[in-house]
Design a protein around this ligand. Sequence first.
Ligand code: 26Q
Length: 838
Amino acid sequence: MTSTSSRAELPTPAGYGDPQRNGLSAGDLFDGMTEHLLYTLGIRVQGASVHDLYMALSYAVRDRLMTRHLATKDQLRGGASKVVAYLSAEFLIGPQLGNNLLMLGIQGEAAEAVQRFGGPGLSELLAVEEEPGLGNGGLGRLAACYLESLASLEIPASGYGIRYEFGIFDQVIRDGWQVEITDKWLKGGWPWELVYPDQSVSVGFGGHVESYWDQSGAERRRWLPAYRALGVPHDVPVLGYRVNSCDRIRLWRAVAAESFDVHAFNAGDFQRAVQEKVASETLSKVLYPNDGTDQGKRLRLEQQHFFVSCSLQDMLRHLDQRGAPVQTFADHWAVQLNDTHPAIAVAELMRLLVDERQLGWDEAWQITGAAIAYTNHTLLPEALERWELGLFGSLLPRHLEIIYEINARFLQQVRLQAPGDLELLGRVSIIQEDGPRAVRMAHLATVAAHHVNGVAALHSALVKTDLFPDFAALWPQKFTNITNGVTPRRWLALANPPMDALLGDTIGADWPAHIERLRELEPLAADSGFQQRWAACKLDCKRRLAAVIAEQSQLLVDPTSLFDVQVKRIHEYKRQHLNALQVVLQYLRIKHGDTEGMVPRTVIFGGKAAPGYWMAKLIIRFINGIAQTINADPHSRGLLNVAFLADYNVKLGERVYPAADLSEQISTAGLEASGTGNMKFALNGALTIGTLDGANVEIREQVGAENFFLFGNTTEQIAELRRDYRPWEWVERVPLLREALELIERGHFSDGDTDLFRPLVQTIVGSDSYFLLADLGDYLRSQNEASRLWADPPAWQRASILNTARSGYFSSDRAIREYAERVWGVQPLPVVMTQGAG
Ligand code: 26Q
């Protein structure tokens, strides 16, 4: 496969030449599986279950990753390349086996190897994989796509995060309500991680700070933590697409620094001795399931400090191992902060350099600023992280001192630039002085970072004009945009097998590494033969999704109907309730016999609500309420069905995106930073109905305005409306709306319960903070336009093909190239392997 260069270039790690562990033929895989069944799992081939076979194949595949991972590390040791450290509290990596088979190019070989056991097939093995839900949504999935692209582009990188024992909860729907179940992703054993206990790192918390005088007589500060935890690295290998580069995500698990308190134990207090151990291990126990506002929890700050400190100490150790002086830190590591969740890195790197490595302040600050860059993912004020000073100081007293010092020096600089402007000082200060005093993490990150980027063009513009205008005036060159991207490997090649095959036939099998080739589809967009093949792929995927819906909810949907899909976290700003309201209005039209221009639709929702976000949970209940009524009503038969997909996650996403005809991206303009689901839909040939928000703006530019259903107020218009908005005055402007609201309040969708949805109707008619009613009329118009185009299949197919053909821009490869060139200053380091690549 990729054996290109001579043996002399690379020392051969042990095992390179072993076909049983490296060969890529079906026979080699079969042998590998047999070995692992026996010697790793202790199972007889005859008695192997589906899960045993899944484990055996996974271990066999992992062997193939291992040699490549070692080769990647060897390559790094040789040179002086810069490595990307992507710090993220979340990595939503999804199922691993199928993806790794795709990366290695051995899906067929693996299927054949599995076949030889004579039992279940490969697809059954893939179905039993538990996905680690180590993220909430977009931000966590972005981190996973980026690591994959880094590996595929052969850029040396390490993700750094937390190995949560419990990831995002599993969602079940009971009586229409979301119920949360703990996610036990580790219960069957998870074969994709490698533990390196000897590389464990110790992290302190609490305690106090004292002064001492060093040999030169200078005063220095010393932190004496009250307690410590140990971080044990668990590495998940991340192989690139058809290359030998294999990066990793290093996830830290917290364990007790000492196995128990010896004093307490000797004093006979075994209970207390164990307590500390339990407390330490709580650190990496569970992911916070909020992707918004819930703030100020001590454990959350402990988690952040824990993984950041482990990661930075790990980076310094690598420097030491290479014999590189600490002054060259920023030449060796490009540290990217995925939102402010790891922003404590600014203070922790300063502490490590100043207190532990005895550097002077200015030198340490120069290094910190040269190493760190920050990505902002939100404008919502309630989602900006702030830590109350009392809490912060009690957990991280030395870090608070360092932050005060950073702030004092920064404010001095501001005073020089804008003498006398006291209000400016208050606005930019890292410490919030009005209201409860708090550390503003976004300010800390922005002051330190060499680059601050937003995640879509509109969002990055708003970061400069609305969120950080003062910082943008101080440092205009610091601010930039890098529009998000998604990996075309998982989200097209893996998720959409029929389209993968069609694309292979049409533009060449290696298209996933050259996403710009999708453009070559443009001339075929109007070709009726190609359109038919295109439509057949879509229908195939819709059948597969229909089967999931049937299995989950016993609802039979028509795969030839228009699949109208909204999947994402449930949030008022994302406006699932606007979509639901639209469905109720369509239903009313049906009831009134006014079906002119309507086409058969299946409206599909999916997404989790934060457990403490009551209105979001009510929206789920509302969707399930209308689904129950509408699906049971004979009037809507053949015209309208509604489905709520339970437990939306990466695995389900792989089923959903390829099956969508229409992608709902309907957030209030200015509130969705980017969105990345919107990109996955477009790549799979769905047309978007959307507002001018986040990356929708750029999707519309790329695919062409005529292939995108635009509606709604712009960001500026929303700002204008905000001045004097009286939502109730908008009710009469939309035909049937009054009747629809009354129907809801009369309990038509809640078995006669007139109270259930009252709060929902009240927020909409009473305050409507997300401007549903201001956008509703135009939304309905746009929906009708979508129906009209659907009624003209060749026109729809053409637009669908053009959506895919013109979505190459939204590949994470493009995004990563931009980060590499404009933010990190890193280059690819191709990994050559002499043998073992088959
Ligand atoms: C913060 C404090 C305490 C507990 C939890 C959190 C927390 C956790 C997750 C806050 C935010 C998140 C996740 C945010 C997120 O996913 N943002 C999305 O990022 C995507 C990738 O850039 C964008 O496409 C989306 O627009 C943005 O909403």
